[in-house]
Every structure is written in C-alpha cells, then in structure tokens.
Design a binder for this molecule. Sequence first.
Ligand SMILES: Cc1cc2nc3c(=O)[nH]c(=O)nc-3n(C[C@H](O)[C@H](O)[C@H](O)COP(=O)(O)OP(=O)(O)OC[C@H]3O[C@@H](n4cnc5c(N)ncnc54)[C@H](O)[C@@H]3O)c2cc1C
Length: 589
Amino acid sequence: MPNHSKRALSPCIAQQTRNPSPTKKIRTGAQGQFKFNRRASDNVSAYIDLHPPLKDLETAQAARLTSPTKGNAVVYWMRMEDMRIHDNRALSKASELAKKENIPLVALFVISPHDYIAHDRGPRRIDFMLRNLRCIQTDLANLHIPLHVTTHTPRHTLPEYILSLMKDVGATQIFANIEYEVDELRRDIKLCELAKNEKFSAIFVHDKLIIQPDTLFTKANKPYTVYSPWQRNWLAMLNSDLAKYIGEAPGPSANDKSIHSNSKLSSLFDCKIPEKIDGFECQDGEVMAKIWPAGEDAAREMLRLFLFTKAQSSHIGVSDPLANAPEEQKGSKASRVLQYKDNRDKVDSNTTSRLSPYLASGVISARECVRGTLKVLGADKVQGTRDTAVGHWVQEVAWRDFYTHVMASFPRVSMGRTFLEKFDAVIWETNEEHFEAWKQGRTGVPIVDAAMRQLNTMGWMHNRPRMVAAMFLVKDLMIDWRLGERYFMEQLIDGDLASNNGGWQWSSSTGTDPQPYFRIMNPFNQSEKADPDGDYIRSFVPELRSVKSKDIHRPSTALAMKLNYPAPIIDHHKARDRAMRRFKNPGEN
Ligand SMILES: Cc1cc2nc3c(=O)[nH]c(=O)nc-3n(C[C@H](O)[C@H](O)[C@H](O)COP(=O)(O)OP(=O)(O)OC[C@H]3O[C@@H](n4cnc5c(N)ncnc54)[C@H](O)[C@@H]3O)c2cc1C
C-alpha cells in the first residue's frame, strides 16, 4: 500500500521542524500564495477516499490469529487519546484476558515526537499528556500494574518497536483502542501483519466514540455528509441498546504482587515519565496545570460540576475550575447542563462543560458523559434533541462522533483537502501582517481579539468565539483555513484532528453540512449577542477594560487610539463582498 499520507514526515524533515513555535514562519509559494507542504495531491486524495484505512484495519482484524500461544504477560498499549483507567475498553479486555490466563497485565505508552510534529500538536497538549501519564502511572501501580513509558523515533518503525517490546516482556497478545487518523490506522495495520507473522495477536477496539464509524449509513447505503439526519440515526441507534453503546467497561483487576519479583517485569515499575519532550517545552505549564488539572478525578469533578452546579462568571479566564465550586443543588433547574440550551452561546460565564481537553485526551470517556445526563434526568433513555437543554448538550457530544465519522469515511479531509472540492480553487490572500495580527489578537475587532487572546492564554476557547475567530480569518481576511487549523492545533490543549478540521471546514463553508458561503458572521453583532455586557472582552483585552458602554464591541477610531488599541485591520462590509465573490466563483479574484 503506498504511503502517500500528507502526515508522513521523513525523520530528517521531522527533526528539522522540531520546534512547532507559534511564530513559525509562514511558507509562501512561487506565486506569493501561502503554500502547504501537507496538501495531498488529487491522486492521493482520490486513492485514500476509495481505500479508507479503517476498512483495511477491520480486514486485518478479521484475519488475526484468535488463539495464539499463552504468553508471560498481556500488553495494553495506551495512546494519547485514551488516557484513563476507568471505562476503557482495550484496557478492560486486556485485563480480562490476563486474569483468564493467570498472567500479569503490563501497560505501555510510547512517546512518539514525530507523530506530534506531524499532527501539529502543541506544547500544551503534550504537557497535558505527560501530566496525565503521571496520574495513571500512580493509579496503575496501586494495582501492581506497571506503566512502561518509553520514547521512539522514527515513527514509521513504531510497529517493529512495539513488537520488540512484546518480545521483551514475553507477551503474545496486545490490546489498544483505535485511533482513527490515517497514519495511526496504517501503523496499526502494519502491527497486525507483523504480529501475525510471529504468531502473535494485536487486538484493536473501538472506544473513542459513542457509535463507532462505519455503522451509520443513508438509505442509499452511503456515509452521511449532513449532521441532522446522521444525528437522528445516531440517537436512535444509541437508545436501541444503551448497554452496548454507553455501558461501562469493567476496570482492570490488580496483578498478583509477585510481579514485583518477576525478573522480566519488575523493572518496568521503575520507569520515569519525562518532565518535558524536546521541542515541546511548555512555557506556561503552571498556568495550564491550574486551569486544566490532570487526572481522571479532576475530569470527573468537572463533569459533576457541569451537571449539578451553576455557571460562575469568575471562571471566565485563568482560574482553577474546581476552586470555590458552588453548592450542588439537587433537583434545581439552575445547573449548567439544565441551562445549556439558553446559555451555551454566552461567553461571559462558564456556561459549557469545559470537558474538551479531557475528552480529546480520553481522560474521561464520552460514554461516562452521556451516562451522566441519564443521572441528571433520572431517565432510562438518552435525550438528544435540541428542544431540551440536556438534549442540546448531547447533540454537541454527538458532533465529536460526527466529525470522526467524516474523517474515517473521507480521510482526505485530514490531508489538507476541502470536503467540497470546488472550494479548493478559492483564491486566498497572503497578508502576513494580517495573519500575525489575528494570531496575536490585535485585529482591532474586540471579540476576535478576546477570542485569540483566550486561546493564547488558556489553550482553549469557547465554541462561539472559535467560530467567530475562524470565520473572521477565512471570510474577512480571506486567509486559507488550513493556516488557522494549524495554528489552533499548535495552541489548543483540546486539539483533536477531526473536531478541529470539522470546525475549520464548517467555518470556511468548505466542509460537510457547511454554513453556506454567503452566511458570513458579523463579528460585531456576534459580540453583542454572546457578550452583552462586554465582560468577556474586558477579561482578555485589558486595553478596553475601562470601556463601560456598548462601545466595547466596536470602539471608534478615536477611542481606540486613546486606549492604544488597534483600529480594525479590515472593513467588514467590504471584506464580506470580497469573500462572497471569491466563494461564488472559486478561482476568480
Ligand atoms: C474552528 C473550530 C475548531 C475546533 N477545534 C476543536 C478541537 O480541536 N477539539 C475539540 O474538542 N473541539 C474543537 N472544536 C469544537 C468546540 O469548539 C469545542 O469542542 C468546545 O468549545 C469545547 O468546549 P466544552 O468542552 O465546554 O464544550 P461543551 O459545549 O460542553 O460540549 C461538550 C463536548 O462536546 C464536544 N463538542 C462540542 N461542540 C463540538 C463541535 N462543534 N465539534 C466537535 N465536538 C464538539 C466536545 O468534546 C465538548 O467537550 C472546534 C470548533 C471550531 C469552530
């Protein structure tokens, strides 16, 4: 199988581009247009959609050895999207087998810097991964299960490396949860093949989503490309068998204490998790640890607070989300999830769950989140329609499934290709000053600047400003969405390839279910709706803190000058006309 993925970096290129700094120079092409080193060619794009690697993994799984000889241990291979012990299907299955065969369970985590470069992972996401690994290592050690953490490059030899580690510990079976990105699937297919040659078995399990990809189809037996009908089907399937889709996977059993005197395995307990990874040093690690505490207990507490307590405006910016939590008010209609339908788009308070970093790293399962909604309602069916507050939230969790389904069925979208191919020809501006101003939050449009500064200080943004800031880059500044996609990934602590790509393609009207290109958000109107009193802007744009009136949404040039705040770098109405023209006739100026 040709390995044409845009994400396949050769090791030497990967090393050269090690430091994915936010100020990385923009590559410009011969015609002065921004150029992408990662946009798949037409042939590759067509090939990958015809041969989605998830199907190949399913084929490899069907052909795997079902009963290899008993080994001396069973391995669970944890990856950076399933970083938890509770309700973890691959871990649960690995533990079940170890118990049945009466052999120890060993957990493995391989740090793969080339993968992080290939996926534009930022230092915050990597730091969060290391912090969570520390919690997991301690919790597993309490069950006498070692977590062996090791680093490997180059990434294309990872399957051979995993196989050698299996041999080192005397394991013949390895379990992992599926990662749906192209290169990750190809890596796992290769491991299946190598394992089979050795008469070993590699078992890959669906865990990330509520409903796995490749299960929901239109009446014409095609993958869905529109969210609403897909979601109706998703909800019906979920409610048809709650135990199957959101049932909790049993936790791992403890190993026998004798593992500590096992000559091959005891040293695995000594492994140290690195403080940092070269090229991914987190400059604001302390701030991140405060806003996004690591570990499953923290994630669960975030969920509990969202389900059972009120929003707090003191939690807009850099603050500990678990501190000074308001009292739980059982039966009260004031909890954040019960107010979600009305308040979710308000950015001046913590109206949403802020669980995305935990879901993206798998510190909590999506199943647990949906089970939580059943508890709030005391219901035995999942609410998932927009007419109820809880249903509305479940619909958001479903978007996460949807975008991963899209990526699994149309893998080219993750290779720098637009879903709607006709928009691939849209002509983009190449104004580096504009791009820098957007990144730094100095566009002179307060809601956009607050959003970008929230991203730069918190590694996270509320969904509404994400859409406003993304649409401003693409439609007002006419800068290619792929540059924004990359910048978000580098900054976000919740960076998830499918959701980020889906969000960017939605905002730029190039994706599935697109916001039509002629619907362009007016950032000033959005600001008045989402942040009526201007508190969100005030917390992230200190220059405007003294502005008490509605002027905060659109300060006059004189006021902006007086406050040392930039004038808007673009006229929204003129920019809107330009975007309409360019999208209506892709390829024309
Ligand atoms: C341009 C753009 C880029 C984005 N990039 C990412 C990303 O890299 N990672 C990411 O997790 N989300 C991304 N999103 C989706 C969304 O903005 C965040 O998931 C949400 O803001 C997280 O806040 P929350 O946890 O409080 O969400 P809540 O409103 O509490 O929603 C609960 C969960 O549902 C999921 N979810 C909610 N909205 C969406 C959505 N539109 N698409 C996919 N999943 C959703 C998330 O897992 C979220 O934690 C992006 C959206 C846009 C417009």
